[in-house]
Design a protein around this ligand. Structure first.
Ligand code: ARG
Length: 581
């Protein structure tokens, strides 16, 4: 057991049981990092009330039964009744050394749960915008983290591949020709294809043979399963997939075609969803549309807001599909916990869909649903990021620009490397910087997209962390050995060494916390602090030129652990770790 907080919790809990009786043995001992020691146990303050005694008396009773001689070098009561706990140096160094032989680096294995994870979800024949980029990056990091914690993550890429715009898109595809350069735009610049179709539709005359009328007939043909129309639709979706996969490959995210479960997947279930809701008396016809009215969802003047499941023209919508999706995830995927990594503006939509699903009995109380809300990415003008002309930013162009900018820096800093090596590093750094920018701030806050800031080599950036691990690799290269060869005993004689080791012990608990709270930025913050501990360590503790051989070996072993933690941590964020920088 390497997690100091966990170890101290257990010890204090046994003391509580011994001092006040077994019914106190599972009281939260409230172990927190402390300014005055490594940790403090604050349990006495809350317990004092329950026991009707003074906090300092309670602390004294705990102290009497506290057996931590093998873990702590000092234990004292301070202030109103805090117990300050200072860890023994040899305990810290021993646990840190153990991490080296632990494949999991202290990351716990949690009880396995089935977790459908809805993320990315771009729309066919539309540009994947920075909002989709962020849900993709945050979702992928959560997938990696939950998997490492032992869960069965079922990736669900709910792409927008159905709906009325497909009438106009299919007609446009027919007009330009399936093998034309215009059709090829779907794989390179889907928004251009969409806009061309849109322009035709908007400027079309009203006649029955004109574009708009044909497009409308196409929608009907699509919905009624006309084979030729379906073939064209599949063609459209197929070309869009090529585009999505290009973006995913460039980003290095774990999504594959097997994870696609787009809106169209649920078509056959929508009629039954509506019928059941109506039969159960949950949905009712209002102004010709089938609606669910839910308690607690009211708009202006207290008027109930309906969840429309079938429009008055008989069409189904986004909410109907999401109801079918919930059913599928619970019944077929056996979900224990369902996560939706989707833009914050859809919060109301999900609340209503889940409430309706719970009423219908499709979503049992035992299944927890969470909307991991994604905040907007803003431009320097404080508005949603757009190009200067006002068009949505092309994601591919954005990623390429990040790589180009990183390449300029790499060329300048590392003229000694071959052009090929430089290009490889530029890709890792450019993409890493963009992804880390999404992951270093809380997922639900807005942030301003700023190339200069995200590519900086200092501060809480991807490149800074990538550099921290590359620097360790370079120390090993200079020392003429590989990190795997560093396997000496660790001693933590200097305060900076001690702080670094203690930081490394926090890795496992932080990863568990990210999985529980669904907040990847906590891992980013941790890695940033770890990199800072390393910098402080180098300042005071020379490694290759250490005073004694034992010190040198100990320090090499310590940074070998740090290297593994940094690489593993970056991998959980989906950020690559370059050999050189
Ligand atoms: N395609 C949608 C969009 O671009 C996101 C879908 C999210 N997932 C879901 N189950 N509704 O906004």
């Amino acid at each position: 057991m390497a997690d100091p907080q966990e170890v101290l919790s257990r010890r204090v809990q046994s003391a509580l049981g011994a001092a006040f009786g077994p019914e106190y043995a599972d009281t939260d001992p409230v172990i927190r990092p402390s300014q005055f020691a490594d940790y403090q146990a604050n349990a006495a303050l809350a317990l004092a009330k329950r026991l009707g005694r003074k906090p300092r008396e309670v602390s004294a009773a705990i102290m009497e039964h506290l057996d931590v001689a093998d873990v702590c070098s000092a234990v004292e009561v301070s202030g109103p009744g805090f117990i300050n706990l200072t860890l023994r140096d040899d305990w810290i160094s021993g646990r840190t050394r153990e991490l080296l032989d632990d494949e999991r680096l202290g990351v716990p294995v949690q009880e396995r749960r089935n977790i459908p994870l809805d993320y990315s979800a771009p729309n066919v024949a539309k540009e994947m915008h920075v909002g989709h980029l962020r849900t993709t990056v945050v979702g992928d990091s959560l997938a990696r983290t939950l998997e490492l914690l032992g869960h069965n993550v079922i990736r669900q890429n709910h792409i927008g591949d159905w709906g009325t715009p497909f009438g106009m898109l299919i007609e446009h595809l027919l007009e330009v020709g399936e093998d034309s350069p215009e059709a090829d735009l779907l794989t390179t610049d889907p928004n251009a294809f969409y806009q061309a179709a849109r322009t035709k539709f908007d400027s079309s005359g009203p006649g029955p043979e004109e574009f708009a009328a044909r497009a409308r007939r196409r929608v009907v043909a699509l919905q009624s399963g006309d084979e030729e129309t379906l073939r064209l639709w599949r063609e459209l979706v197929g070309l869009s997939k090529v585009y999505f996969n290009k973006v995913y490959a460039k980003l290095g995210v774990t999504l594959t075609d097997d994870d696609l479960a787009g809106e169209s997947t649920y078509n056959d279930m929508l009629a039954a969803v509506c019928d059941e809701l109506e039969a159960k008396g949950i949905a009712e016809i209002s102004d010709g549309a089938l609606c669910v009215f839910l308690d607690g969802f009211t708009g202006r003047e207290g008027k109930p807001v309906p969840l429309i499941v079938r429009k008055s023209d008989g069409g189904y919508g986004y909410a109907t599909t999401d109801l079918a999706t919930v059913r599928h995830r619970v019944e077929d995927l056996k979900a224990d916990r369902i996560l939706y990594v989707v833009g914050a503006p859809q919060a109301m939509h999900f609340k209503m869909v889940w409430a309706a699903a719970r009423e219908a009995g499709w979503l049992p109380d035992s299944v927890e649903t969470t909307h991991v809300q994604i905040g907007n990415v803003l431009g320097s003008d404080g508005k949603i990021l757009r190009t200067r002309s006002g068009a949505p930013v092309r994601l591919m162009a954005l990623l390429d620009e990040a790589i180009d900018r990183a390449a300029a820096v790499v060329r300048e800093n590392r003229p000694d490397l071959s052009a090929e090596e430089q290009a490889g590093i530029a890709r890792q750094v450019g993409i890493g910087a963009v992804k880390y920018a999404d992951l270093s701030v809380a997922h639900d806050t807005e942030y301003t997209f700023d190339f200069d800031r995200m590519l900086a080599l200092t501060g809480n950036t991807g490149p800074y962390l990538q550099y921290a691990q590359a620097r360790i690799r370079s120390i090993f290269r200079k020392g003429g050995l590989s990190p795997e060869q560093a396997r000496a005993d660790i001693t933590v004689g200097h305060a900076a060494e001690r702080a670094l080791a203690l930081k490394l012990l926090e890795f496992g608990p932080v990863v568990a916390q990210v999985g529980d709270l669904l907040q990847p930025h906590r891992l980013s913050t941790y890695l940033f602090e770890l990199a800072q501990s390393l910098t402080a360590f180098y300042e005071h503790c020379p490694v290759l030129t250490a005073g004694t051989e034992a010190e040198r070996e100990s320090r090499l072993t310590l940074i070998a652990v740090a290297l593994r933690v940094l690489v593993q941590g970056l991998d959980l964020l989906g950020v690559e770790a370059p050999e050189h920088m």
